[in-house]
Write a protein that binds this ligand. Structure first.
Ligand code: IPT
Length: 960
């Protein structure tokens, strides 16, 4: 059958550029009739056009519109591996619609265009078969002029979910069949294709233009006074180049009598020079992200608004590059990349990852029979996208191992388009790639690559010439910092290494958006396993910098800070370093403010002289302050947009830095200690009422409380859980029983002015534990707790238990009444922060409700911690409550559920508010790392098992 043979298509036109033409066009998007067959053998030979069947919105996926259901696997093919055959259970959707041909439709032919159909389809027009095609994320065009009728026409499309093409489409994402991109009827083009070559000579500032297109066509760029014949090369003495930083486009037209095509031309030259990727003579540095097309309701049928929103968010968060993981995006997305300015790695719709389960036996990439299917995809991408200045690299595929066919793809591509570089990560010989590349590389390995001292991969071990070539290649980190759940940690560490070595030309975080889906009527996002399916990828695709609804997650806020293109260091002088490649900083304004304890006391604008790309300047600022100012003094310097840009308004912040200034030490509480008073069965010490027998705090300034009690556990994050057990720090935590600690009170020691409660905290069944000592004193109107935590026993492991080298957290947990749900704090904020994801936290005063402190990860897990909190106030609606101060600071989380609730929940709706607000007042937490796919938190950010001491100071607020 056509759907499981090795023919890429039948009846299709030659691939060509996606053009904006003046010729008539008719959109065939909209409501279509629909009928679903679970086995194509049950379907009639030609779809039965019945009025009484279902309907669908096109573009769209039937599985998101109430027919069948979506399916998520990461690498596994959801059918037996028997290429190129498909299973009998091959959902097949018949789609059909009527359309009226406009009266003035030209009589000289027509083209029917499908921008994306997943995964294989057959088309009929007015009952006559037109052709078939595969290649889900690529366009297919058919000549249909002869079949068109005046007036009413019937278009019928049969779509098979599985095809031979599915073996090439094993990307880590939902399997979403259907006609998910536009369907258009075009009047037959007179200008069939256009290939713009627009180079920029950075030495002379001139541009060179050659447009290959229909013979006799005229090319015009009015702004440059250009009017030339197609095929004629011209040099333009002065043009402004295109770059992602200054995306200068020139409007152009290509015209023949009867048709004008509109183009936007960007002059730029991509070249590999001295082992580096350069554009317009300068080496690039990618601050990138991998982007799948995803919309929580529409799947991969994105609206242009959503595409623009993605790019605006990328620009607003300092990203400069996108890898279209792992297929060519909707063509409009690339228009927007040209317009807004992003470097693009355009990736072919090709991934054979599931062949890992046959140990790569039968991998199409190494089977010449599959070469036509593969080359067809490459050609369709390159031809479609060849006129975009933003596209600078062609990626042959993702995760398809090594294979001869890549030689065919690369060879064809280089010949067709010598003006761009070729990329492929997974062939470790890099024979066909202009780049050396890896994924999720640990920092040590990255350092070695930076200095070209990395180990020789087995693939080039026997081929010195190939190895020399490989070692000479620049390096791009194709994927890193797996943004699954709470994380990624370590972005700043990666950035430091990436920026240190010229060979490292940047990286692409995995990935842009969580693939959570909201099915019709649902309020919770689904992921793999939610339908009871046996083979699935669970929540491995919930790993984006955006939540499924496109709100930025803390990971994106952190990434923005880490990759800011202006680095401000200080303070006397303040150094402003321009990390851009092409543009100065004159689009920015620098503002500063001085704060005392988070309250602004002075502010102004910093006069910054011209700073060219790669340059630095020093600026002096008078930091004098009256010597009698009490409190912490900070200087904040911010670089903001001076005027509106297409992607952000004037005032939008690009970069910032904060500097601690010399400060008078904070006032100590009164040194006068209050007495311990014995009252009935209780002990009263200052504002604290304690149970005399257990030493437990019952009331704090009249507020009923539970705790504070030592807490070492957190609801494991996806990164704590590792990948399939690999690098899973949670394994050692659980083995050490940290999720089941029992508390024993050993001694309640009441001095005259001190209450000491000695406890041992340990899990059942094990010999390890910690001694936790609570020391309470009343100081003036405050109650002070000092905690000593001393590990004892076999943390280093025994013959039968593994070593446990870290704790998730060390601090206390405390429940307070649910009415205390307003939180004000002075410290790091406004968002959550952890040891290795804290660059974006700045010291200030913040106010949030408890609900607002939660980060809504699709799969509930530890979240919402605020770092470096000097003090926090928890109050009810009347302003009554408690204040907690650290010595000097602590990490704060406040939630309406416990860590155990959080750990058990699989979806957000599993969480329901309890009668308390649960506080965690931590000395520290373990870093996040990105072990869900990659390295765990580094030793530097680990919370080592070791004796710890920390203090908290409680005070009453209001009249409670
Ligand atoms: C890598 C894939 O390329 C990507 O699609 C995604 O699955 C990512 O992992 C994890 O989310 S491949 C892996 C072998 C590192």
């Amino acid at each position: 059958m056509y759907f499981d043979d090795l023919t890429p298509s039948t009846g299709c036109r030659e691939p060509r550029a996606w053009l904006k033409s003046s010729r008539p066009r008719l959109s065939l998007n909209g409501r279509w009739k629909f009928e679903l067959w679970s086995d194509p053998a049950d379907a009639p030979a030609v779809p039965d056009v019945r009025e009484d069947c279902g309907e669908l919105e096109i573009p769209g996926h039937w599985v998101l519109q109430g027919h069948d259901r979506p399916r998520y696997t990461n690498t596994a093919f959801p059918f037996p591996i028997d290429p190129p055959r498909t299973p009998d259970a091959n959902p097949t959707g018949d789609h059909w619609r009527w359309f009226d041909l406009p009266d003035d439709w030209p009589a000289d032919g027509a083209v029917l265009r499908f921008d994306g159909v997943d995964s294989c389809f057959k088309v009929w027009l007015n009952g006559t078969e037109v052709g078939t095609a595969k290649g889900s994320r690529l366009p297919s065009e058919f000549d249909v002029g002869e079949l068109l009728r005046p007036g009413r026409n019937l278009l019928t499309v049969r779509v098979h979910q599985w095809s031979s093409g599915s073996y090439l489409e094993d990307q880590d994402m939902w399997w979403l069949p259907g006609i998910f991109r536009d369907v258009t009827l075009l009047a037959r083009p007179l200008i069939d294709d256009v290939f713009v070559h627009a180079d920029y000579d950075h030495l002379t500032g001139s541009g060179r233009l050659l447009v290959e297109t229909a013979a006799g066509a005229v090319v015009r760029i009015p702004e440059l006074g250009i009017e030339i014949a197609a095929g004629m090369a011209v040099t333009i003495p002065a043009v402004e180049p295109w770059s992602a930083e200054a995306p200068r486009l020139y409007d152009a037209t290509v015209a023949v009598p009867g048709e004008t095509v509109e183009l936007r031309i960007g002059f730029r030259t991509v070249a590999m020079i001295d082992g580096l990727l350069t554009v317009n003579g300068r080496p690039l540095f990618f601050r990138g992200v991998n982007r799948h097309e995803h919309d929580e309701r529409r799947g991969r049928a994105l609206t242009v608004d959503a595409m623009r929103q993605d790019l605006v968010l990328m620009k607003q968060h300092n990203l400069n590059a996108v890898r279209t993981a792992h297929y060519p995006p909707h063509p409009a997305f690339l228009d927007l990349c040209d317009e807004l300015g992003l470097w693009v790695i355009d990736e072919c719709d090709l991934e054979t990852h599931g062949f890992i389960y046959t140990d790569w036996r039968g991998n199409p990439a190494d089977d010449p029979d599959w070469a036509p299917m593969m080359l067809d995809r490459m050609r369709r991408m390159v031809e479609r996208d060849k006129n975009h200045p933003s596209v600078i690299l062609w990626s042959l595929a993702n995760e398809s191992h090594r294979g001869r066919n890549f030689g065919t793809l690369a060879g064809w591509t280089r010949e067709r388009d010598p003006g761009r570089a070729v990329f492929y990560e997974r062939d470790r010989s890099y024979e066909f790639s202009d780049f050396y590349s890896l994924m999720y590389t640990p920092l040590e390995d990255l350092e070695a690559i930076g200095t070209r001292t990395e180990d020789v991969p087995p693939e080039t071990a026997d081929d010195p010439a190939l190895e020399t070539r490989r070692r000479g290649l620049p390096f791009v980190l194709a994927e890193y910092a797996h943004a699954m759940g709470n994380g990624p940690g370590g972005l700043a560490d990666y950035q430091r290494v990436l920026e240190r070595y010229p060979r490292l030309q940047g990286g692409f975080v995995w990935e842009w958006i969580d693939h959570g889906l909201l099915l019709p009527g649902a309020t919770d996002h689904v992921y793999g396993g939610d339908f009871g399916e046996r083979v699935h990828g669970a929540n491995f695709c919930i790993d984006g910098l955006l939540f499924p609804d496109r709100t930025p997650s803390p990971g994106l806020i952190e990434y923005k800070k880490v990759i800011e293109p202006v680095r401000i260091t200080g303070t006397e002088p303040i150094t402003i370093q321009n990390l851009r490649t092409f543009t100065a900083l004159d689009d920015l304004e620098f503002v500063w403010s001085q704060e005392v304890d988070g309250v602004e006391v002075r502010a102004g604008q910093l006069e910054v002289p011209e700073v060219g790309p790669g340059e630095s300047v020093e600026v002096r600022l008078d930091l004098q302050a009256p010597t009698d100012v009490v409190g912490e003094r900070w200087l904040t310097v911010r670089a903001v947009l001076a005027k509106d840009e297409p992607w952000a308004e004037a005032g939008h912040e690009i970069a910032w830095a904060q500097f601690a200034l010399p400060s008078a030490p904070p006032k100590d509480p009164s040194p006068v200690r209050g007495p311990v008073v014995h009252r009935a069965g209780d002990l009263v010490l200052g504002g604290g009422e304690f149970d005399r027998r257990t030493g437990r705090l019952m009331r704090l300034f009249g507020v009923p409380v539970d705790g504070p009690r030592l807490d070492l556990w957190r609801a494991p994050t996806d990164n704590d859980n590792g990948q399939g057990g690999r690098n899973a720090v949670v394994t050692e935590w659980r083995a050490a029983g940290l999720d089941r600690l029992l508390h024993r009170v050993d001694e309640v020691e009441t001095g005259e002015r001190e209450l000491v409660v000695r406890t041992r905290v340990a899990p059942d069944g094990l010999g390890l534990g910690v001694r936790a000592t609570y020391r309470w004193v009343a100081l003036g109107d405050c109650l002070r707790l000092t905690m000593d935590v001393v590990p004892e026993g076999e943390w280093g492991g025994t013959a039968v238990t593994p070593r446990c080298g870290s704790w998730p957290r060390v601090g206390v947990r405390m429940a307070v009444p649910r009415s205390l749900d307003n939180v004000r704090w002075y410290g790091g904020g406004p968002g959550e922060a952890y040891a290795d994801s804290r660059e974006a936290a700045r010291v200030g005063r913040y106010v949030r409700t408890v609900d607002e402190l939660q980060t809504p990860y699709v799969v509930p897990q530890e979240n919402g911690s605020r770092i470096d909190v000097r003090w926090a106030e928890l109050t009810d609606a009347d302003g009554n409550g408690l204040r907690v101060a650290g010595s000097p600071s602590f990490q704060l989380t406040a939630r309406r559920w416990t860590s155990e609730d959080l750990e058990l929940a699989r979806h957000r709706s599993d969480l329901s508010s309890r009668d308390h607000v649960y506080l965690n007042l931590d000395l520290a937490q373990h870093g996040l790392g990105s072990a869900s796919c990659g390295p765990p938190a580094t030793a530097q950010h680990a919370l080592e098992v070791a004796p710890r001491t920390f203090g908290l100071l409680f005070r009453r607020l209001g009249g409670t």
